[in-house]
Write a protein of this length. Structure first.
Lengths: 504, 403
């Protein structure tokens, strides 16, 4: 079979980092070809080169057997290459049809009806179910993505690049997308799927090119490889999906939440009469659908939000009225849900971020004067121990790091501060297998060190893998607390919908 | 800490280069304007330099003019660094000026001069800090944007001055001005005036230099600066880390207010000795330009203020050549435009650096290929790199000629 895309010996260097080092990719006509790699492995760089956004330092690109030079996305479109970006490029107050013909209006007076007709035809042919007259801001994220797909098809692209397409979708939307990709391939389109999610590759892809740290690891036949093998190739060592966790007897209570009620941002009670105890040496997982009072609980414990009634006892002391700084000082660690908004100052270097809570203490400062060498060596130690990768070491701006490395930096900061209670909210959201495994092992290590860990996650797998006990929250109320060993996902799922065990 | 750029590293445009490009482009635009009205741009700029720097008196005047620009630029830059936009420098200047002017008349001449100077400096800093604090307080407690509140406070200050001049310090002969302050009660220094022959230059320049150092120290070396910058860059993260966000905003605005207020003191009780009723000082807005051109760093602000001081002082001499003095203001405005669009300038330089870097790398690899040297280029000594690059250039040149 002939290759529709060949990228041979591609090299691309950025200051301080080789993003692509002699990478080759061959895509056959009509196949779904996955590119698998961790965050920052160089997948997006490779695709940006194919799409004309970057110029490779070395290497050649062949499209349908002919060597080409792609200088801009327009060149790519002319060659029939289209790309769905992670962040959609749509005008929100335009209709679907207007967005699709944008830049391809043709003459000064354009015929929107003719365009709409063509859009409808394409939509039906591939099962996209798109209405051309809908306005973008009125349709769901999944549908917006299908508009992006339609945009490529409208421009007669037959090589389609999907950059992490499922990151923004719900499980149902992911299933729909997978079906659409199969339809497209069946119609002869060639698809390149960039992802770090193994189950997606298993579902739709026929072959998979694996990249690690900018280098080509190999190409595998998806049907013949197990997820474990692919994960190991991606990360560079065997990966376990199960967290290795020994039983550990819980000690004395560290955190006691008593009858806590908290207002949410809409000035109504988001958390109602909530009570919970977290002991030394245990991980308590809060299971629940997003928006059921988890943020209110965490923000009340950490001091970011005022408690309406009830009390919070930390290490035997009532901290309900204490400031955030006083709570931090007492040994409360917090891995926040939104790492870019709360967790880091993106425009500041890692050094600033690593001591953001501790800068006022010795040895980082004395009498109000900062001690830069202490700050640098402390930051260096965290970056080294938690394997935070960045272009310019501790001087790198936090915003220049990949998501996984940002999260590792936050976790490194919080764990190094040696807290008695660590609150981790969605600690692995959007991260790849390698990073998830690392973070999970760190949380378990904290527990084994006799620390108390409160884990909030919307992913049941994560809750079940890590927690000793699961507290289920729904509608701002505690539904039940159960031992992880004595329950299953089905039972917890029912409780998440607000149904108590006794009622089942 | 500045790192030395290694030979095999791509250069990035520094803020200094961007600011200097803006200045060059602004001056070039000025040349075009002068040419368009049929005059000689060189004689125009010669006149500006002549007017600003040709003798010690003029230099003294230029320094006097720059003094308040430094302090206001510093005020705006400090606020910028801590995430606030202080466009209330004009009002804060008036507050500093009226504080100093009133004290100048009511403190008896018998108070020793060093003590007197200390009192007026501290008093005007305090009133200016209070003026800035009001905006900080409104922002912290009621989320009133500081741009709105500082503009409003400019007018409140304006009317306070309008009321206080006739009430306390009116000059009976010209009833729209304050009585001139006795020289002993201004910031002027006899030895400075003697040295330069200028009465505009005053102790303010030393205050300005000290403040540049103090502000640099606060921002870069202290926990206070650390927390203020953290709040300015991401207040959500600062709050999470336990930094008191509201307090930081109030402190930032108070410090910015104190700096502008000092500018007012040096302006009304040094550079000049009177205050006029119904006059809003335009320097408050010049401070924004100074801060932008100076990349908001105290050192940058110092030099940007001197530069603008030269333009402002020198423009008076333009008239002799028949070139309208507005040309100098046009140059300032053009420079501000170019500084405000610094992204474009940075992009231009970065792309230039990138091309030259790529060329250098291709020379290097050509030469290394010829010698069969396969050490990673980063491992070579700098001298070896240089030699290879030089040789590579010749190889590729020869190749091109052969083709």
């Amino acid at each position: 079979m002939s290759y529709v895309i060949e990228m041979l010996g591609i090299r691309k260097e950025f200051p301080g980092i080789v993003a692509n080092d002699d990478i080759s990719l061959r895509v056959e006509e009509g196949e779904i070809h996955a590119i698998l790699g961790e965050n920052g492995a160089g997948k997006s760089t490779l695709m940006s080169i194919l799409f004309g956004l970057y110029k490779p330092d070395k290497g050649i690109i062949k499209v349908r057997g002919k060597e080409v030079s792609i200088k801009s996305p327009n060149d790519a479109y002319d060659l029939g290459i289209g790309m769905v970006h992670q962040h959609f490029q749509l005008v929100h107050n335009f209709t679907v049809a207007e967005n699709i013909i944008l830049g391809k209006e043709g003459s000064f007076v354009y015929d929107i009806r003719k365009a709409s007709k063509k859009i409808k035809e394409i939509s039906e042919r591939y099962g996209l179910s798109i209405e051309p007259d809908m306005v973008i801001e009125d349709i769901s994220v999944g549908m917006q993505q299908r508009v992006e797909i339609l945009k490529m098809l409208y421009r007669d692209a037959d090589i389609l690049i999907f950059d992490e397409p499922t990151a923004v979708l719900t499980p149902q939307e992911i299933d729909e997308l997978m079906q659409i990709m199969r339809n497209l391939a069946a119609e002869g389109k060639s698809i390149i799927l960039i992802t770090h999610k193994l189950d997606e590759i298993k579902q739709v892809a026929s072959r998979c090119t694996i990249i690690r740290r900018g280098k080509l690891i190999g190409e595998v036949d998806v049907a013949e490889a197990t997820p474990e093998e692919m994960a190991a190739a991606m990360v560079g060592r065997p990966v376990s999906f199960k967290v290795d966790k020994k039983p550990s007897p819980p000690g004395e209570p560290v955190l006691e939440v008593r009858n806590l009620s908290v207002m949410n941002s809409k000035r109504v009670l988001g958390l109602k009469d909530f009570s919970l105890t977290v002991r030394k040496g245990e991980i308590i997982g809060i299971a629940g659908v997003d928006g059921n009072g988890q943020s209110e609980l965490v923000e009340a414990i950490t001091g970011l939000r005022k408690a309406e009634s009830g009390s919070i006892i930390f290490k035997g002391r009532d901290i309900t009225g204490l400031s955030i700084a006083e709570r931090n000082e007492m040994g409360l660690g917090h891995i926040p849900e939104d790492r870019q908004k709360r967790g880091l100052i993106l425009s500041a270097p890692l050094t600033t971020n690593m001591v953001i809570k501790e800068y006022g203490k010795t040895p980082f400062s004395s009498h109000g004067i900062l001690n830069e060498s202490e700050i640098d060596s402390y930051s260096d130690a965290i970056v080294g121990k938690f394997d935070v990768r960045s272009g310019e070491g501790i001087e790198s701006l936090a915003g220049k790091l990949s998501g996984g490395n940002q999260q590792k930096a936050i976790i490194g900061r919080e764990i190094t501060a040696d807290p008695d209670l660590l609150i981790a909210v969605q600690p692995t959201r959007g991260l790849d297998v390698g990073a998830i495994e690392f973070i999970h092992s760190q949380l378990v290590a904290e527990r084994d060190n006799g620390k108390a860990v409160l884990l909030v996650s919307f992913e049941l797998d994560e809750i079940f893998n890590l927690s000793d006990k699961i507290a289920v929250i729904s509608g701002g109320k505690l539904i039940d607390i159960v031992e992880t060993s004595e329950t299953d996902e089905h039972a917890v799922g029912l409780m998440m919908a607000g149904i108590r065990r006794s009622e089942v | 800490m500045k790192k030395k750029i290694a030979l095999l590293e791509e250069r990035k445009a520094s803020p200094l280069l961007v600011s200097l490009s803006a200045v060059v482009l602004g001056i070039a635009a000025g040349c075009v304007f002068i040419l368009l009205i049929g005059k000689n741009p060189f004689s125009g700029f010669e006149k500006i330099l002549f007017g600003a720097l040709s003798n010690t008196r003029r230099i003294g005047n230029t320094i006097g003019m720059s003094t308040q620009l430094i302090l206001i630029g510093l005020s705006v830059a400090f606020a910028f660094k801590t995430g606030l936009f202080n466009i209330g420098a004009s009002g804060q200047m008036l507050i500093g000026g009226i504080t100093g002017s009133i004290l100048a008349f009511y403190i008896p001449m018998s108070v020793p001069r060093p003590l007197y100077l200390l009192i007026i400096i501290i008093a005007s800093m305090l009133t200016g800090a209070f003026w800035g604090f009001i905006s900080g307080f409104l922002k912290a407690k009621f989320n009133v944007h500081e741009v709105v509140s500082t503009i409003m406070l400019n007018w409140i200050a304006y009317w306070i001055v309008y009321d206080f001049i006739p009430r306390f310090i009116i000059d009976p002969t010209i009833s729209v001005k304050s009585k001139p302050i006795e020289t002993m009660h201004t910031l002027r220094a006899e030895w400075l005036s003697k040295l330069t022959g200028s009465f505009s230059i005053n102790y303010g320049i030393f205050i300005a230099i000290i403040m540049c150092i103090v502000i640099w120290f606060i921002l870069e070396k202290t926990t206070l600066g650390f927390s203020l910058k953290a709040v300015g860059s991401n207040k959500f993260c600062a709050e999470y880390a336990g930094i008191k966000v509201e307090r930081s905003i109030m402190i930032s605005m108070a410090i910015a207010g104190a700096l502008s207020s000092l500018a007012g003191l040096t302006y009304y009780c040094g550079y000049s000795t009177i205050m006029e009723m119904g006059k809003m000082p335009g320097e408050g807005y010049d401070g924004i330009a100074v801060a932008l051109l100076g990349n908001c760093s105290p050192c940058g602000v110092f030099f940007a203020a001197l530069f603008f001081g030269i333009l402002k002082m020198g423009k008076g001499s333009l008239a002799a050549t028949g070139i309208p003095t507005e040309i100098a203001d046009t140059i300032i405005a053009t420079i501000i435009y170019f500084t405000a669009t610094n992204v474009i300038l940075a992009k231009f330089w970065n792309s230039r650096f990138h091309t030259s870097f790529e060329k250098k790398m291709s020379y290097l690899s050509a030469a290394m290929a010829k010698h069969g040297d396969s050490t990673p280029p980063g491992k070579l000594t700098e001298a070896a790199q240089k030699a290879y690059i030089k040789e590579g250039r010749m190889i590729l040149k020869a190749k091109k000629e052969a083709e």
